[in-house]
Design a protein. Sequence first.
Length: 163
Amino acid sequence: NVLQREAGDESPFFEFIQRVCFASSIEDGEKMTLRPGCGGFGIRNFLTLFLSIEVSKAMRDVSDAILERNDAKRCKAEKMVSIFTDQLNESNPILTQISDAMTEEGEARILLQKAEEGLASEKSIRDLVQKIKRATDKKNDGNERLLQCSSKYMKLMKDLREE
């Protein structure tokens, strides 16, 4: 208990995350270069962590309310658990879409740069430009859907707090 004064108290935690950020998907087997931002924690993981913490806190509130025999507090806390869990479940596929689109866009940009530097055909270059556009559109669509999802659950939480 180095970081806790008393057992059961909240304390900071440290986490080491390491990722391998290259792929050998280029035809000649050459490893792709490390992309900026690769290996970071990322919005997907941050949002998932945040919502998981909120679910855990709300579940603790449910337990406390049961011990206190406070039905109103228990009911409100159970609704919070439900709202945060629903947001976690609804946002996860959207975050996956955004993450996948960003990866696809980044890899296509690297391939486009190599194609423009080499002897690639105009068709190959056009195909890569289209691939980048599709990935960017998919990413932007995901970002818009994520904003709508966040707004929906922000309103639900606001309404619950005002009950």
